[in-house]
Design a protein around this ligand. Structure first.
Ligand code: ADP
Ligand code: ADP
Ligand code: ZN
Length: 214
């Protein structure tokens, strides 16, 4: 099953991803996580992505699409994937859909996490991320049991992402409204979109998302 988990930055995609992947038995493909891993390792891809990420802008479509189609071609992705943070432009959506078509695959379900901007700003500015494994926390809504230490992998690597500082958060939200929101009607027309009110608690949103997959 190929699932797209859609929503603005801070909607809760990363938070809900593990439960969905477990339920659907598919790997988690999060383009932001792939870029951050490459940044950390100092690869050419990481160096290319850095400036865009720091400014809250999108990495060019061709770069992201090559990355994702490569990932979709790997053995563990043959039975489907959970796409998180991709597609983010209509061009990406069209290229994804063309690649899936050519490979006898398709998008099975799109879940859209709906959250208004004022709530997103609070979520993003309080977000803490484990740089070792990508798990996310929130200083007020979902803190790790020991401050700074990841409950998932045990490493003391839980920090604020550079792009979660307030100036960049606002830039990312405007990028979302300018470039990414238009993907929703595109997907709605071709695949259908299940909307989930993601302002509720993490558990309630999780239950609604799993219901959407059933
Ligand atoms: P969030 O989880 O807060 O929505 P991500 O971790 O998905 O943020 O993305 C972080 C940054 O990585 C984005 O601001 C953008 O610069 C880059 N990025 C991630 N996915 C894409 C994509 N599909 N297209 C272009 N840029 C992307
Ligand atoms: P995304 O991957 O869509 O950018 P995250 O999953 O990283 O979003 O969540 C953004 C922030 O909001 C994190 O700090 C997370 O702990 C918090 N969060 C996620 N879902 C909820 C929720 N339902 N209620 C309150 N806070 C949430
Ligand atoms: Zn961790």
């Amino acid at each position: 099953m190929n699932i797209i988990l859609f929503g603005p930055p801070g909607a809760g995609k990363g938070t809900q991803a593990a439960a969905i992947c477990q339920r659907a038995s598919v790997p988690h493909v999060a383009t932001g996580d792939i870029f951050r891993r490459n940044l950390r390792e100092g690869t050419p891809l990481g160096q290319l992505a850095r400036g865009y990420m720091d400014r809250g802008e999108l990495v060019p479509d061709s770069v992201v699409c090559d990355l994702v189609t490569d990932r979709l071609g790997q053995p563990d992705a043959q039975g489907g994937v959970l796409l998180d943070g991709f597609p983010r432009t209509v061009v990406q959506a069209a290229l994804l859909s063309k690649w899936l078509d050519e490979n006898g695959r398709k998008i099975d379900v799109v879940v859209n996490l709906r959250v208004p901007d004022d709530v997103l700003v609070k979520r993003l500015s309080g977000r803490r991320t484990c740089l070792a494994c990508g798990a996310t926390y929130h200083v007020d809504y979902n803190p790790p049991s020991t401050p700074g230490v990841c409950d998932v992998c045990g490493k003391a690597d839980v920090v604020q992402r550079d792009d979660d500082r307030e100036e960049t958060v606002l830039a990312r939200l405007s990028t979302y409204h300018r470039d990414t929101a238009a993907v929703l009607p595109w997907l709605q027309e071709r695949v259908g979109v299940v909307d989930v009110d993601a302002t509720r608690s993490i558990d309630d949103v999780g239950a609604a998302v799993l219901a959407a997959l059933a």
